[in-house]
Design a protein around this ligand. Structure first.
Ligand code: KG4
Ligand code: ZN
Length: 350
């Protein structure tokens, strides 16, 4: 529909420069430039390298997005940009660009929360999100369970990781198995040839004693250490490491805990919709296990296609479009790049 707002979204919080354009819930363009290859030899994202790559990629990615959507900046109704959380220097590039474009083209600008954008992106694929919903966000930087009553007003954190994020655990385990970076997709592939029941790795924060304080929190650092110890013991004994079995058993431990806690969060809040986002939501086992377990309780699972799960500009545009449609005021033009932006703020106030 022509009268729905045309919103452009800019994402630069980590290693992907993303520019997305949506009209209402319809995705028109999703241009992406990734610096992931430049970080691979370091085994993790190097903030300075990411910032420089954003600077180089931003203008060409913007042009690609506008061309793909067949629109000009003058046609756009609002510009949304990730204000935080993320890497400070990387965020600054996107925020400065958004301000420049907003000033030059006289458009309102919305500084938005990256995590809320990971939730909003699902509407581009599955339509309006039934509220309340529980959202599970699992990426390289975050693992959180959220109660979403009204995505434009704020979300309620239910729990989060107390140490490593789920994606970080995938990346670290892939590194210790010598598999490369980023680890998630490689472990996902390697696990297909392995037996998920072959090694009993620990399930963090699932003991009865953790119920009171950490019922909806996650911990993956003990699991990572357990994998390291197991691999070391094999190597010390001079035995080959069964990479596929380790991958499958590790992946099973992560997915078991994530899905069990997500379903528990739905049931205890009387919620019938679970939306999963973030890079780890691309994991094939997580998608299957979440579906299986949710179906047993009559809970609907919504997971966007893998390209929309990892960081992109479309998610920022999708959240911007929600805010415009809900009549939320744009952000002030001196909006900050807020590397520690909390979940209670979905957008920077005007
Ligand atoms: O959301 P994202 O693109 O960036 C952050 O905000 O962190 O997530 C990246 C993370 C990485 O840790 C990567 O290893 C993980 O998502 N990931 C996966 C898969 N694809 C990406 N983890 C498990 N299975 C996958 N298929
Ligand atoms: Zn992300």
């Amino acid at each position: 529909m022509r009268d729905e707002p045309l919103v452009l979204g800019i994402e630069t919080s980590c290693d992907e420069t993303g520019i997305g354009i949506v009209r209402g819930h319809t995705l028109l363009a999703d241009a992406l430039a990734s610096s992931v290859d430049q970080h691979a030899r370091f085994g993790g994202v190097v903030p300075e390298v990411a910032s420089r790559a954003h600077l180089e990629a931003l203008v060409p990615t913007m042009q690609r997005a506008l061309d793909e959507a067949g629109v000009t900046l003058a046609d756009v109704d609002a510009i949304a940009v990730t204000s935080g959380p993320g890497l400070a220097g990387a965020l600054l590039v996107g925020v400065a660009a958004a301000k420049g474009y907003a000033l030059a083209a006289e458009k309102p600008v919305y500084g938005v929360n990256h995590l809320a954008a990971h939730v909003a992106v699902d509407t581009l694929e599955h339509g309006p999100l039934p509220e309340p919903a529980v959202a599970m966000l699992v990426s390289g930087g975050h693992s959180s369970l959220l109660l979403v009553d009204d995505l434009t007003a704020g979300v309620t954190p239910l729990g989060a990781t107390i140490d490593d994020a789920a994606g970080e655990a995938f990346d670290k385990v892939a590194r210790l198995l010598g598999l490369g970076f980023p680890g998630g997709p490689i472990i996902d592939r390697s696990a297909r040839d392995g037996d998920p029941g072959s090694i009993a790795f620990p399930r963090g924060l699932t003991a009865p004693k953790d119920q009171a304080e950490h019922r909806f929190d996650f911990s993956f650092s003990g699991l990572k250490t357990a994998v390291a110890r197991w691999v070391e013991a094999r190597e010390r004994a001079g035995e080959p490491v069964p990479v596929a079995d380790v991958s499958a058993s590790f992946q099973e431990a992560v997915c078991d805990v994530l899905t069990a806690k997500a379903i528990d969060a739905c049931l205890s809040n009387g919620v019938r919709t679970l939306v999963i986002g973030g890079g780890v939501a691309a994991n094939s086992r997580l998608r299957v296990l979440a579906e299986e377990r949710a179906a047993r309780h009559g809970i609907a699972v919504r997971v966007p296609r893998p390209q929309l799960c990892t960081d992109n500009g479309a998610m920022v545009a999708a959240l911007g479009s929600h805010l415009v449609a809900a009549g939320v005021a744009p952000s002030r033009l001196d909006l900050p790049a807020d590397s520690a932006m909390g979940l209670t703020s979905v957008s920077v106030p005007g």
